[in-house]
Write a protein that binds this ligand. Sequence first.
Ligand SMILES: Nc1ncnc2c1ncn2[C@@H]1O[C@H](COP(=O)(O)OP(=O)(O)O)[C@@H](O)[C@H]1O
Length: 231
Amino acid sequence: MPDAPARHGERHRATDRRRFPAALLFGAPGVGKGTQGSILARIPGFFHLSSGDIFRSIDLGGEDGREITRHISRGDLVPDELTVKIWRRALDAHMFLSSFKPREDLLILDGIPRNVHQAQMLQEHVEVKALIHLECTDTEAMVTRLRRRALREGRMDDASEDIIRHRYEVYSRATAPVSEFYDPSVIHRLDAIGSPAAILRRVLDVLVPIQDAVFAAPEAAAEGETPAPGA
Ligand SMILES: Nc1ncnc2c1ncn2[C@@H]1O[C@H](COP(=O)(O)OP(=O)(O)O)[C@@H](O)[C@H]1O
């Protein structure tokens, strides 16, 4: 059941205390996380949840929507408490509608966690089995890609080159350290240069064995695997 809405600023306490096995799609803006995520979303057994997509689907006229817009339009991160609250609400809604089926689907998170504090907050909700770091050293190529995406999709976070460059600065300062939060055994660094299919193959090489291991024992998956720390 979806949780009762937590007030803004309150720590979100999920009523469903399961920790869902998850893989993180990680990397700089424009590196292709969303492309891989949307392909994975079409494969049975994966459930892709993008924090950016969640924010873009929120009613911009409401209180949360106005605050989110303020941060996104500057290329800044949305505050952690609000981010995790809304992310968890979206996850609960998908579970309620059975678009996310915890017994069958490996959760693929895209765009979250975006700093170490979010990584700590998410520990209560997910068990990170893999962090897939899509790497591309050609920042200029990615900036060009984002400018094209802005024209195509009208995204406010890519509206100007200044905002895009600010997003890179936020990535290097706040997001890149997230990969050090996790055990090195779960980190997979993949070359993000290549066709979507070539990169998909690299991503699946990591994810398929994890999916097999997590869902091989149906009763373990049915229990939602590991209880949250302190549960
Ligand atoms: N986990 C998060 N924490 C804070 N802000 C976020 C988070 N995810 C997305 N955002 C906000 O939404 C914007 C767009 O995110 P996203 O769609 O993931 O961008 P990209 O795919 O280019 O990396 C970010 O620049 C940020 O302002």
